[in-house]
Design a protein around this ligand. Sequence first.
Ligand code: SAM
Length: 409
Amino acid sequence: MLTFRVEKLVPGGYGLARTPEGVVLVKGALPGEVVRGEPKRKKGALFLEAPEILEPHPERYPKPLPPSADLPLVYEAQLPLKEALVKDALERIARLEAPLAPIRPSPKALAYRTAAQYARHPLGGLAYRLPESHELYPLEEDPLVAEPLAWALGVLRLWPLPTEEVALRGSLLEGKVLLGLIGGSPEALKRPAKALVREGFAGVVWAEPSPKGRFRGRVTPLAGERTLLEAFGPLTATVSVESFAQVNPPAMGLLLKEARGLVLGGKRALELYAGSGLLSLLLSPRYQEVVAVEISKEAVRRGEMDRKRLGVENLRFHRGDVREAAGLGAFDLVVVDPPRAGLSPEVRAYLKETRPREVLYVACDPSTWARDVGELAREGYRLAFARPYDFFPFTHHVEVLSLLRLGEG
Ligand SMILES: C[S@@+](CC[C@H](N)C(=O)[O-])C[C@H]1O[C@@H](n2cnc3c(N)ncnc32)[C@H](O)[C@@H]1O
């Protein structure tokens, strides 16, 4: 059993501590806290997953939070820690001393999420599934979800639906919520789905559980609407329960507003990992031609709906794999917003080969972002702008908006 003090927060949401046994990564412990436990060795590093907290942080958040909330601090105290994560990644991984604009807080610290997934508890009601485990935590309430989802949770807790998981996507603009039922039989769920729509859900789809990920298998609409309209600052866009959209639309709205002012404009722009093409729609007035590449059929379908609704004529969606970007030729601007793994080796090779004048990089993982920024800096790019954004209060997650420019320009 070891007793030690946690030094700092590191990517992945762990508290790092230096102990006589070596460096220990502690889950759910905050910088400055004294913890006790038996660290276990995993893949060469020491981890303490369920520490006993002997000396809590003076600003520890006093109310219950879901298990995904791995930064249980009063809101103002979370922001410098997130800023430090990005700065640290930039210095340690990218080896850059570039200035970082101050972190932009989330417009709301609680009740901000417009999407969430829960497991069904075998004893009834809903539960949180602990990350990377099958353990379930019964759900009383979720203070992080926005109003339409809080209403949905109240209804779903009482419905004994024969599914494995439920997914929710709300719209703050419409004040409505869509429901995804994952697992069970679509035939058996048709009637309950119709009843749920009568109860106030905007729409219900069924999805086959898939080892490739949520909504990567068969999806069947059961009742009501399939999409909602949401406001992302300067843009309105369709959202669905079946494919990626940012979970904190007002925070994404602030990022979009700032992104619009960063780029130089020009002839051709390319967006990779485009989702439904929010950034392409936003930047389309600044370029003659815009191409958006995205692998998810459902995201492209939503993007096409938005393109037509907004009357954007110079944007073309290309449903495909970004690893094949080499075939698309050269662009003045390349926009990227990859998943946590960062840019694929093929995309990095494509950027080095075609050398766009500007790369607008939106990141959800500071470590892989710093790896990619460091690589581009060695290719002659300058990190002209970088600002952390808080899209996920009460978690270690932090988003970064950044612009890389070729040469001194
Ligand atoms: C972080 S999201 C960004 C979406 C968009 N910028 C937005 O804010 O809505 C990453 C997107 O990359 C897509 N994606 C992941 N791997 C891909 C690949 N190899 N080729 C094309 N798209 C991919 C995912 O489907 C997802 O929509």
